[in-house]
Write a protein that binds this ligand. Structure first.
Ligand SMILES: Nc1cc(-c2ccc3ccn(Cc4ccc(CN5CCCCC5)cc4)c3c2)n[nH]1
Length: 239
């Protein structure tokens, strides 16, 4: 998978080269390209923003630099991701969908956002997805892009050491995670639930499912479907 990022803060994306995505880059499974949008701003001050038509506070990102970057990067046929508070919510299901793409091109806005015509033009040559990380306003798109990148890259075949853990984790089966424990069995008078020491894998699986259902019903009742509150879900999906 190739990942391109168009940003006025390229250093912000530097941590992407660490840990999981870092290993994938060395192995050639992931091609990460961070681009400074100002490369395509040709005036003396390399201006990327201007005042909003119709008035209003702040500045808006100009279309020309994005358009020239699209031409040079040949984004045709790619999936363009624009992070924005007004986008579709980012979910595990959307992460799975994006992990099937060959190339993701992230447009990372700052100021009050990007001229709408950038998205309208991109849609004539690529798939455009406007994605929100959550219902809160960040200062720009970079943090959201890093979160989306991590959630997508870890789903790619061969990136996660233990593929099995991907299936069991939160939101894959529509439930939150059960509690986990490790040695010692007793710690500051706190004991590991005895069932986990029993070696009875059927009972352990049942206990873990029950814990996940309880947690989900308390913290995220919106995720809970009746189908999952009963016995072991046979991988029923909630979306
Ligand atoms: N999930 C999530 C993603 C983002 C995100 C992503 C990308 C950018 C680019 C700029 N910002 C900052 C920003 C965005 C919106 C406003 C409101 N403003 C009202 C008047 C009309 C224009 C818009 C203000 C400042 C961004 C914020 N925040 N949260």
């Amino acid at each position: 998978m190739r990942l391109d990022y168009l940003t006025i803060f390229p250093d912000y994306l530097a941590p992407l080269r660490l840990s999981l995505p870092g290993k994938a880059i060395e192995s050639g499974l992931l091609d990460l390209q961070v681009h400074d949008l100002r490369e395509w701003a040709h005036d003396r001050h390399r201006t990327v923003d201007d005042t909003p038509y119709g008035g209003g506070a702040g500045m808006v990102m100009k279309p020309q630099p994005f358009g020239e970057a699209f031409d040079e990067l040949a984004i045709d046929g790619a999936t363009v991701i624009v992070t924005t508070p007004s986008g579709e919510p980012f979910t595990q299901a959307l992460a799975r969908e994006l992990s099937t793409r060959d190339r993701l091109v992230f447009l990372l806005g700052r100021y009050e956002g990007i001229d709408q015509r950038v998205l309208d033009h991109a849609a004539t040559r690529a798939e455009v997805r406007e994605i929100s990380l959550g219902d809160y306003v960040l200062n720009g798109g970079e943090v959201a892009a890093m979160a989306i990148t991590e959630a997508v890259v870890r789903l790619l075949p061969g990136f996660m050491g233990n593929a099995k853990s991907l299936l069991e984790e939160s939101h894959e089966d529509g439930l939150l995670e059960y509690p986990v424990y490790t040695k010692p069995a007793s710690w500051r008078d706190l004991e590991v639930p005895k069932v986990l020491l029993s070696g009875d894998h059927k009972r352990i699986a049942q206990w873990r499912h029950e814990q996940a259902v309880v947690r989900t019903s308390v913290r995220r009742p919106d995720l809970l479907h009746a189908s999952q509150a009963t016995g072991l879900g046979e991988g029923e999906k909630w979306e």
